[in-house]
Ligand binder design. Structure first.
Ligand code: GDP
Ligand code: GDP
Length: 442
């Protein structure tokens, strides 16, 4: 059975001074991707981090220009954005503009990139017509070899540039950990208690960051074992502040969180009981959902608030109304500080991880679907009725179902929702998103 989304995708970062066209190129590459949760209130798309695809190579792409570094002076901002690209990317697209030619700011970026060992693809944007191509020769002086003339506005030259980018991708990174290791990450705003919770889980007084032989990444994960189950807490180091200025900015911490989510099976969205729910919590949780990861909502600092017998129920209702798209996610209340109820977390992680990779029998699945259709007739459009022939599970992590129909366009969002609910009633998919795809039966 196919496992979707489990490959560690290469990361491409676009750097360059303001106005060279970074966001234009970013949007071109990302394209008109339809997001599954776009209709869901409260979920905002991140404009600096998305996925792209070229010649069957999927990758993540970052527009470093979208990381606002506050009051830093102009050149310092550009420098830091280049540093971020070096820290986060496998391949860097260094964008310049043929209209303005090589500027001092371009040379500054070049100096920083030159010191890194990451592959750099130099592109000269705004080369809108063939006559302008002669202007690219000056850019050889930046020291990154042949510049690629492109026009973001007209979509010219992007193919050649992406060929070069893809050519620098590292060999398909195989799974970093064994299949049966549960990889999870703790995601949430600063000070909600992520590090404290990691410590409580590991039973140590400080976060252990161990070197794992053979991994190509920085040693940022914390592997451990409990009752014969192996776990890895992903990107534990990302939770510590390392001192670089940009690490304290919100966009950067979101970016770090998104990368940790990519590498996880299970995402713990950690909330602070004292502070309630914020926009950023929803944004990150929405991303975990879209990425198809299992999700648990953890309410920490439960010791710190006044409670009566209704408090937990009321808090959960508040969560449900804010995270409509996460109706499947279990909520765990605990205190990392007093360790109260911390022991309830691992069994939930085990359960949702199991659900996330659960496969159901086709015959049982089809019984459920046919019962559903009998109960609630399929939608019609212009006198034509949706016909469902059969369904089958095609992937796990997350469980993904293909429903074979006469005409996929007749499958309405609301009917898909209905089928999802019936599937959830029949099988225990608590904690995991599930996907339903309609395909025409040939
Ligand atoms: P960023 O600051 O680097 O992200 O740059 P933007 O993507 O915001 O683009 C800056 C300006 O350049 C905008 O007005 C774009 O419309 C324009 N621009 C982007 N790409 C091209 C291009 O290929 N040709 C021309 N002529 N203008 C472009
Ligand atoms: P992080 O930034 O999310 O990693 O948060 P930390 O783990 O560094 O915790 C931030 C602050 O919250 C620290 O002062 C912790 O002692 C405190 N804290 C963490 N967990 C709890 C908890 O369960 N209850 C209370 N009252 N305080 C906590």
């Amino acid at each position: 059975m196919e496992r979707v989304n489990q490959m560690v995708k290469p990361v491409v970062a676009i750097v360059g001074r303001p106005n060279v066209g970074k966001s234009t190129i970013f949007n071109r590459i990302v394209g008109e991707r339809i997001s599954i949760v776009e209709d869901v209130p409260g979920v905002t798309r991140d404009r600096i981090y998305s996925t792209g695809e070229w010649l069957n190579n999927e990758f993540n792409i970052i527009d470093t220009g979208g990381i606002d570094l506050g009051d830093e002076p102009f050149l310092e901002q550009i420098r830091q954005q280049a540093e971020i690209a070096i820290d986060e990317a496998d391949v860097i697209v260094f964008l310049t503009s043929g209209r303005e030619g090589v500027t001092t700011a371009d040379e500054e970026v070049a100096k920083i990139l030159y010191r890194s060992k990451k592959p750099v693809v130099l592109a000269v944007n705004k080369v809108d017509n063939p006559e302008m191509k002669s202007q690219i020769y000056d850019f050889y002086a930046l020291g990154f070899g042949e510049p690629f003339p492109i026009s973001g506005a007209h979509g010219i030259g992007l193919g050649d540039m992406l060929d070069a980018v893809v050519g620098h991708f590292p060999d398909a990174e195989s799974e970093e950990y064994d299949e049966d290791v549960i990889k999870f990450s703790l995601i949430g705003r600063p000070n909600v208690g992520k590090s404290s919770l990691v410590n409580a889980l590991l039973g140590e007084d400080r976060v252990i960051v161990s070197d794992i032989a053979g991994t190509t990444r920085d040693a940022i994960d914390s592997p451990y074992e409990y009752e014969d189950q192996e776990y890895v807490i992903i990107d534990t180091a990302g939770m510590r502040k390392k001192g670089k200025v940009y690490e304290t900015t919100e966009k950067y911490s979101v970016l770090r969180a998104l990368r940790a989510i990519e590498r996880s099976d299970v995402v713990l969205v950690v909330l602070n009981a004292e502070e309630g729910i914020r926009e950023q919590d929803k944004h990150i949780a929405g991303y975990a959902h879209e990425a198809g990861r299992a999700v648990i909502i953890v309410v920490n600092k439960w010791d710190a608030i006044e409670k009566d017998e209704k408090t937990m129920k009321e808090f959960e209702e508040k969560i449900r109304s804010h995270f409509l798209f996460l109706s499947y996610a279990p909520v765990v209340f605990l205190s990392a500080k007093t360790k109260k109820r911390v022991h309830t977390l691992l069994p939930v992680i085990n359960q949702v991880s199991e659900n996330h990779s659960m496969r159901v029998q086709s015959s049982v699945l089809n019984d459920v679907i046919m019962d559903a259709v009998a109960m609630n007739p399929t939608p019609t459009d212009k006198g034509k009725r949706l016909r469902i022939y059969y369904a089958t599970q095609v992937a796990v992590k997350p469980p993904t179902f293909v429903v074979f129909v006469n005409e996929p366009e007749l499958m309405h969002f609301s009917y898909e929702r209905f089928l999802e609910n019936r599937i959830r009633e029949a099988f225990d998919f608590e904690g995991t998103p599930i996907r339903i795809l309609s395909r025409a039966r040939k």
